[in-house]
Design a protein around this ligand. Structure first.
Ligand code: SF4
Length: 453
């Protein structure tokens, strides 16, 4: 039996960058098997919904996407995976729209399982298919998972139940993966893990995140290297000296969750607001122009009006480059689900709206500081405006979203751009640098289908 396929697959991803990294890996593996990637709204032979369970809204959205997949093609194989599929396996498996639920332990074999289910072939392990790395989809930024799981059991969080204990990927595998992605044409690599700060502690011999980043810089031709979220309590300041290397993106995502100490203690976070502030200061001193983004949760059980106001004031003073605001949502099995004084939905909504407005102001102030500067922007893709012109969009290393008008294709190009004016959620720019020739990807590149991600 041939193990190549001319079938189509559609993937959609909810939630965090670790989910995104998992999906990216599956996209590559589907590509290696000859699958064509199609948009999630199109008819496909298989649909994979990489679900999230961070809130009730995420659960609901996960279910909606699974139903949508079934409606799009009643004959398709519909696969649920990710955190919601792991923590609510029975509930998901009972959905008539779902054919296959792939839990946390089975995720490395997801593509193999889908392929077997479609081809009726249960025998051939994926490894036997071999072959070089093949890619479909956009090639500007690739997520490389360096760890999964978490041991911290913060009071509100379902992740340790859904993804298991913290475990790190062998650094040699990380290096090999980064090299392969770069030779496939990727310009920016994002190292991602659920609990990045504890990277390497479980390995034998043990190692550190700093040592891993050093190796990626030394042993691969990476052009841009970004780290996803690091937990404030596990942030080792020694890592900051590496940022003298301009290939490291000046961007840190440090989940704060609350700026009020009493709330932080109930959340079982392991730092206080003052610790967080000191950390931000150290980072800003070491990395000028750095973007610090964060997550903030509102309406945690027992969060009084005064606690919310304390958190709000603290956040207002920090000048974050971006804030993800989450209203607290009960997750069964977590400690917080049993706490008294749950905050009502209307109050949660009011606090969410207030925090979102603060987030928008804070991000706008951050953007303002960079107007007039000329910076390299990695362009990702374009949209056509009503008047027919093309607007290209990309990111600076310090997480500013920049849009320029250009008739020349800029996808996956790094171009010097002057930052002209603030727009609603980004900056309007003007191209200054020459647009480089389209970079030739390595010989093993095989673009199978354009896909928006
Ligand atoms: S550190 Fe806390 S919030 Fe983050 S994944 Fe672990 S348990 Fe969840």
């Amino acid at each position: 039996m041939s193990h190549r396929s001319n079938r189509t697959v559609a993937l959609t991803t909810l939630g965090c960058k670790v989910n995104q990294a998992d999906s990216d890996e599956w996209i590559r593996q589907f590509g290696a098997l000859g699958y064509e990637l199609v948009d999630f709204g199109e008819v496909a032979d298989a649909y994979v919904v990489n679900t999230c369970s961070v809130t009730h809204v995420a659960d609901r959205k996960s279910r909606q996407l699974l139903r949508q997949a079934r409606r799009l093609n009643p004959a398709a194989l519909v696969v649920a995976t990710g955190c919601y599929a792991s923590v609510a396996t029975d509930e998901v498996a009972r959905m008539v729209e779902v054919d296959l639920v792939i839990g946390d332990q089975d995720k490395p074999r997801l593509v193999e399982r889908v392929h077997s289910a479609l081809e009726g072939d249960d025998e051939q392990p994926l490894e036997a298919l071999g072959g070089a790395l093949r890619v479909f989809g956009a090639r500007h930024r690739a997520f490389v998972k360096v760890g999964d799981g978490c041991d911290k059991f913060c009071a509100f969080c379902i992740v340790p139940y859904a993804r298991g204990r913290a475990r790190s990927v062998d650094p040699n595998h990380v290096i090999a993966r980064v090299r392969a992605l770069i030779s496939a044409g990727f310009r920016e690599i994002v190292l991602t893990a659920v609990h990045m700060g504890s990277y390497g502690r479980d390995l034998e011999p043990s190692t550190t995140l700093r040592a891993l980043v050093r190796r990626v810089l030394d042993e691969t031709p990476v052009e841009r290297l970004r780290l996803s979220s690091i937990e404030p309590e596990d942030f080792d300041l020694d890592i900051l000296d590496l940022w003298q290397d301009s290939r490291l993106c000046r961007h840190f995502h440090l989940a704060l969750d609350s700026g009020c100490d009493a709330t932080l203690r109930r959340m079982r976070r392991r730092y206080l607001a003052a610790d967080y502030h000191r950390l931000m200061q150290s980072i800003r001193d070491a990395v000028p122009g750095v973007a610090i983004t964060t997550d903030v949760m509102v309406g945690f059980p027992g969060e009084t009006e005064e606690e919310f106001a304390t958190s709000y004031r603290f956040i207002e003073e920090q000048e974050f480059a971006g804030i993800h605001v989450f209203p607290y949502s009960i997750r069964h099995r977590t400690t917080a689900s049993k706490l008294p004084n749950q905050v009502g939905p209307e109050e949660k909504h009011r606090r969410t709206e207030a925090m979102l407005a603060l987030a928008a102001r804070s991000a706008a102030r951050f953007r303002q500081r960079f107007l007039g500067q000329v910076v390299p922007v990695l362009y990702e893709g374009s949209t056509r405006t009503k008047d027919g012109s093309l607007t290209w969009e990309g990111l600076t290393d310090n997480y500013l979203r920049v849009r320029v008008e250009s008739d020349i294709a800029l996808t996956n190009q790094v171009v010097a751009t002057r930052l002209e004016a603030c727009a609603e959620d980004g900056i309007r720019g003007i191209l200054l640098g020459p647009v480089p020739e389209i970079r030739q990807a390595g010989a093993d590149l095989n673009i199978l289908s354009a896909a928006s991600r």
